[in-house]
Design a protein around this ligand. Structure first.
Ligand code: AMP
Length: 582
């Protein structure tokens, strides 16, 4: 238990609905993935994420139920029922087919959260193509690297973001087609591109979903490593079994819920829990195009009467900073369940939920590769603030040592590992099977996180087992940032670390050495900052850049990020015990 925060008992969690998981122990003991599969609609053993999320509801009793309440950045509302979603996604699937997209093609999406992004992803899934949504705040460099790695054939984007694609398009030999969602911005589309308005509105409203099996590819998200470029974690249609199950038992969806997930689909939470979990459960969800502001968020909850809310620690810390008064000045009484993911949620954050919403915030843990929630706090269980909770029923998580042996003594630190075999486990890193294989040892999937487990089976996050930076819940590869920095004519070498931050958990901080003839001036720093923001985009660019004389290196010439971090934090350089492994 973290000093100062006692357990939050079940009866203090102010449950406003009978939880779907009502006895964790027995559900865990009797768990059977086959019975979850049986709750879905899988004719002849075929499964398609778009069918589970859209068509089966549209063709059944939920046809006229709202699937998506979309709120634009400027506050207009558009409502789409499940029947509307089927029609729109059928049209897109037909339009995409006419644009030459085929099964297993990689279709990238670079778009803000507009309805067409959602129609597009499901249209691609209906065709059996692989949907790969990118974060719209990426600059040209991260876009290029990801499309290159997956040999993307198509990019679907908007006029506003097109310039970033154009900046790297000559370096993308696999890219055949750029589809521009033009009608909202009313822009002319260049002849070499395909206008959404030219192919979608007149497309047929009937589409027969491509026959996909459990192991057919569906979606790809990119995740950052320490040494190489981003890896494309590829998932299959079977993933939706985990989305459906965790939506039901962790997000505790009830048929009348109005759900809001604040994550962007460029990040796995924005698809697994911003598309697949709610819609496979037939839930109504709010999608907000706008960015964070405490008032906007609270008004969104009030306006749409949100009941279940899934957000992230950085946002919670910002809301805490804005003050409990701001929360209390809105009527947030519709809320019944609040969850968080992406970074450790401080015990203060869990407890603040009680002050602000009369609801404890339920933390849970998972990652791109796991595809769905692995460890969670459930409404039927006391919360231990600061703990990620206990494994999802059907998931076997453990703490293991370097040889892959399970450590059963409570509160021993080791690597967090999961027994392979759950439905949403990633199936490869695209074009990098070797790296995929390296994530498994002695019958375990290695998560790359360090953690401890207490005597009652609650897991406690300790830190990453590598140099990957977690900034506001987004993993950033130091290597990717270093590579962009050394492209600047003034930079000889670069070392990048995560510097602890009160709000974002970590910020990206770079150390550079300069080539002869360049001096450490204010103009140079400005030029470095501009270079990084243009190449990498604001989500990845370093927030701080220091010019130093020498970068610490190992004998083999590897930059010692650990030492840079020790210096930055004022820790003894010889003492690396509290630092990440390299
Ligand atoms: P991503 O693959 O981008 O979703 O990032 C996954 C990583 O974020 C995990 O491996 C953890 O390092 C971190 N993470 C996610 N959720 C939590 C959590 N609840 N507590 C602590 N760290 C988390």
């Amino acid at each position: 238990m973290v000093a100062g925060y006692s357990e939050i008992a079940k009866d203090m969690q102010a449950l406003k609905a009978h939880p779907n998981i009502d006895d964790y122990e027995s559900q865990r003991e009797n768990w059977n993935w086959d019975s979850i599969w049986a709750e879905l609609d899988t004719p002849n053993g075929l499964i398609n994420q778009a069918h589970e999320c859209i068509d089966r509801h549209a063709l059944g009793e939920r046809a006229e139920k709202l699937a998506m309440i979309w709120q634009s950045a400027s506050g207009e509302i558009e409502n789409y029922t499940y029947a509307d979603m089927k029609r729109e996604t059928d049209k897109v699937a037909n339009a995409f087919r006419s644009a030459g997209i085929e099964k297993a093609d990689r279709v990238f999406f670079l778009s803000d959260r507009i309805p067409e992004l959602y129609f597009g992803v499901f249209g691609a899934l209906k065709l059996g193509a692989i949907a790969a949504p990118l974060f719209s705040a990426f600059g040209p460099e991260p876009i290029k690297e990801r499309v290159q790695r997956a040999e993307g054939k198509v990019i679907v984007t908007t006029p506003k973001l097109l310039a970033k694609v154009n900046a790297v398009r000559d370096e993308l030999p696999s890219l055949e087609t750029v589809i521009v969602i033009d009608h909202r911005e009313g822009t002319e589309v260049d002849d070499r591109d395909v206008a959404w308005s030219a192919i979608v509105p007149n497309a047929s409203e009937e589409f027969t979903i491509e026959q996909t099996g459990a192991e057919d590819w569906s979606i790809m998200h990119f995740t950052s490593g320490t040494t190489g470029l981003p890896k494309g974690a590829a998932h299959v249609h079977n993933t939706v079994v985990s989305h459906y199950a965790t939506g039901k038992y962790v997000l505790d969806f009830h048929d009348d819920d109005i759900y809001w997930c604040t994550a962007d689909p460029g990040w796995v939470t924005g698809t697994s829990y911003g598309m697949f979990a709610p819609w496979s459960n037939g839930i109504t969800q709010v999608i907000d195009e706008g960015g964070y502001s405490a008032r906007r968020w609270y008004e969104t909850i009030t306006k749409h009467q949100v009941t279940v809310w899934y957000t992230a620690p950085t946002a919670i810390r910002l809301l805490m900073k804005a003050g409990t008064d701001v929360a209390r000045s809105h009527d947030l009484s519709s809320l019944r369940y609040v969850m968080s993911v992406g970074e450790p949620l401080n015990p203060e954050g869990v407890v603040w939920g009680l002050e602000a919403f009369d609801l404890a915030i339920h933390d849970n843990w998972w990652q791109t590769e796991t595809g769905a929630i692995m460890i969670a706090n459930y409404p039927v269980m006391p919360i231990r603030p600061g703990s990620m909770g206990r494994p999802f029923p059907g998931i076997h998580a453990a703490i293991i040592d370097d040889e892959g042996n399970e450590l059963t003594t409570p509160m021993i630190e080791g690597q967090l590992a999961v027994k392979p075999g759950w439905p949403s486990m990633f199936r490869t890193y695209w074009n990098d099977q070797e790296r995929y294989d390296s994530r498994f040892k002695n019958g375990w999937y290695l998560t790359g996180d360090k953690a401890k487990r207490d005597e009652d089976g609650y897991f406690w996050f300790v830190g990453r087992d590598d140099d990957v930076i977690n900034t506001a819940g987004h993993l950033v590869s130091p290597f990717e940032v270093e590579s962009a920095l050394i492209e600047h004519e003034a930079v000889a070498e670069a070392g990048v670390i995560g510097k602890p931050d009160d709000v974002a958990m970590e910020i990206v901080k770079a150390f550079v050495t300069l080539n002869d003839g360049f001096a450490n001036t204010r103009e140079l720093l400005r030029s470095l900052n501009n270079h990084c923001r243009t190449r990498l985009g604001p989500a990845v660019a370093p927030r701080e850049i220091d010019v130093i004389d020498i970068l610490p290196k190992t004998r083999s010439g590897k930059i010692m990020r650990r030492l840079l971090k020790a210096r930055e934090l004022g820790l003894p350089e010889g003492d690396t015990s509290t630092l990440e492994e390299d």
